[in-house]
Ligand binder design. Sequence first.
Ligand SMILES: Nc1ncnc2[nH]cnc12
Ligand SMILES: [Zn+2]
Length: 347
Amino acid sequence: MTPAQFIAGLPKAELHMHIEGSIEPALFIALAKRNNVPIAWKTEAELREAYSFRNLQSFLDLYYDGCRVLVHAADFQDVTREYLMRAHADRVLHAELFLGPQGHTARGVALGTVLEGTFAAMDAARREDGITSGLILLAQRHRSEEEALALLDAARPWADRLLGFGLGGAEVGNPPSKFVEFFRRCRERGFKVVAHAGEEGPAAYVREAIELLHVQRIDHGNSSLDDAALLRVLAQRQVPLTVCPLSNLKLKVVASMDVHPLKRLMDAGLCVTVNSDDPSFFGGYVNDNYIACQAALGLSRQALVALARNSFIAAFMPAAQRDAALAAIDAYDRDAAPWVDAPALAA
Ligand SMILES: Nc1ncnc2[nH]cnc12
Ligand SMILES: [Zn+2]
């Protein structure tokens, strides 16, 4: 069995995936037509060509502008359902999805429209494919803390259906310390909390996210490697990192996959997970990310199993469901055909 075949069948969870970043070019064009939204690209090929980024901000400019094609509940439903079908095909058993409501409500789309469409797709995916999912709302960090607090208040009617809150968007210049009160209130109301940190920003932002925001996971966390004391804290507390390798390559956070920090973070004893971030923009779903890391970093079968196990350990899921998923990984690893890491010597 090849590593790619092994990865394809490996049960896994995905914990860092933005719904707005999963609109495939074909659906993007169809939604623009359906909603009469003018866009600059006529074909899928033209759109794919535009997906070339200098850094995080150059991506965010296109990403936020692209949100204009999402207008009705059915649009959010279609995008979310398409992603969950694609994830199911990658043997994702559980997905925790990010959505940034401010990018929609600021354009006049009601929060209820955004959430009801998304929840309908999550319910359908569970019914039809057995894939479970949760929704985490992200505050945009270039906006004020008051706006983040307004989002938390506006989401009250759906509190029972929401998993948690997080922080996304332009990192440098918008440190976690800007959102201390927002995170305090999220925790007070019983929500799980996560934050993007250490993608383009320094290790100090990861430290702030842990010590000031008390997040339960760090989204990205690459720059943690620059601070040995921080690494020890992350390892000791087993604060999971949701790492997004192909995203890092596309946004020039890393120069090439063979220098990606994933393996060094694992070797430092951290609970590392592999995720796709914005799969339609970055050229790969979760299995593509596992495959790219395996090929570039020479990850062993044991390392792939550890990454998949970490994805469930880091997930906000009931203990019984987690135990069942971990048992499924162990059974798969036991029964899957042998995979020899090194090429066999010629006879
Ligand atoms: N990679 C990323 N970093 C920060 N915010 C994002 N929103 C969507 N993708 C993101
Ligand atoms: Zn992200």
